[in-house]
Design a protein around this ligand. Structure first.
Ligand code: CXF
Ligand code: ZN
Length: 376
């Protein structure tokens, strides 16, 4: 079928809305009518080349929700009419990582940037002049329709608004799980969150729900710091230097037992700062992603050893898409997770460049593309 999509044709150029051709669902695949797509910072990493896909043009978007409208041969997990969230990490359930309970590290994740379909390794999406298109993380949610493998879709209850549901495809699950699964925040612990966009505000909610004593939020944007206080932060700081002094004072020099780094783009040069606000035997969780080319880290190795600190990476918040996505939405339904206030503004697909500019200017916690018939 012919539809539209937001493409990147080359690095550091605006998104272009173009006509694209999407193939029919093959074995194990489903066609989804997209209703909403979150605008995550990682899509911008594809624009800058910090995280490059294997080729151009790229169809962006990896945080989506919609309705299954067609299924291919052998699909058992979902049916036509089901509401689904796309998980940016596919999860097959059978590879060694999935079998070991690490569903966020499914071997299918090796193809996240490849642009080819899980089922047969071919391209499912093409430009109208026949060029293969590379959809982000096996998805490509910046299109009102998409064909994806069933390992990438998770059924959800029908009473969750799509613009809310899409957030748990990446940002919310990643942030919340960074606090609950990866940092394993315990009641009474002090937690620092560095960067309170969509992922950071979710980590903050995870820390609050886990019973943290003090929750320190660090962000240069005053409006985001105000939002962080509404979401349960106890102290806010505009930069790492003031956080260092403030956290030292509040904790009497102990510092934060758990530090969760959720900045838009992390730099190796800043790692030591994050470790310096981490307490003895504490854990600094690196949720943010930096450029693939950034291999130099500033880190005081002696202090790492002497203070017995941990520096821990995490992907998808250490979660299981098939458990965490419906679970977080059930938390939302009973009022224990605030997703409504995470959506700062909704956009039409045509407004995607405006949406990303708002993100870069610090105006959004999360911007969401809400598809309407005009977009299709
Ligand atoms: C990213 C991780 C790196 C590949 C693209 C997706 N995760 C979420 O934003
Ligand atoms: Zn993301």
């Amino acid at each position: 079928m012919k539809t539209k999509g937001a493409l990147i044709r080359e690095f550091n150029q605006p998104w272009t809305i173009e006509e694209i051709e999407i193939g029919d669902p093959k074995k194990g695949e489903v066609k989804v009518q997209m209703e909403a797509s979150g605008m995550c910072h990682s899509d911008h990493h594809l624009v800058t080349g910090g995280i490059p896909m294997f080729g151009f043009p790229v169809l962006g978007g990896h945080e989506g929700a919609g309705v299954v409208i067609e299924i291919g041969e052998g699909v058992e997990g979902v049916a036509v009419g089901d509401h689904v969230v796309m998980s940016f990490i596919p999860s097959c359930g059978t590879c060694p990582s999935c079998q070991a309970g690490l569903r966020n590290l499914c071997d299918l994740g090796a193809g996240l940037l490849a642009g080819t379909a899980i089922s047969d390794g071919t391209h499912r999406i093409h430009t109208t002049d026949g060029l293969p298109v590379f959809p982000m993380t096996l998805l490509g949610t910046f299109s009102p329709y998409m064909v994806v493998h069933e390992s990438s879709v998770v059924p959800i209850p029908k009473d969750i608004p799509f613009e809310v549901a899409c957030l748990v495809g990446c940002g919310v699950t990643t942030g919340y799980g960074s606090a609950t699964h990866t940092a394993q925040v315990k009641p009474g612990e002090d937690v620092a969150i560095v960067g309170v966009g969509g992922v950071g505000m979710s980590a903050l909610q995870g820390a609050v729900n886990s019973g943290a004593r003090y929750v320190f939020a660090i962000d240069p944007v005053e409006w985001k710091r105000d939002q962080a206080l509404k979401f349960g932060a106890t102290h806010v700081y505009e930069d790492i230097e003031s956080a260092m002094a403030g956290i030292a004072e509040v904790t009497q020099g102990f510092m934060a037992k758990k530090v969760i780094v959720t900045v838009g783009e992390v730099h190796g040069a800043d790692v030591d700062n994050y470790m310096n606000i981490t307490s003895k035997s504490g854990t600094c969780v690196m949720t943010a992603i930096g450029s693939m080319l950034d291999t130099n880290v500033n880190l005081n190795l002696a202090m790492l050893t002497l203070m017995q600190k941990n520096l821990q990476g995490t992907i998808f918040g250490g979660g299981n898409p098939y458990y965490d996505i419906p679970h977080l939405l059930s938390m939302y339904k009973v009022g224990k997770l605030n997703l409504d206030d995470m959506i700062t503004r909704q956009y039409r697909l045509e407004q995607i460049n405006e949406g990303y500019q708002d993100m870069l200017d610090g105006r959004n916690i999360r911007g969401v593309i809400r598809y309407t018939d005009e977009d299709r």
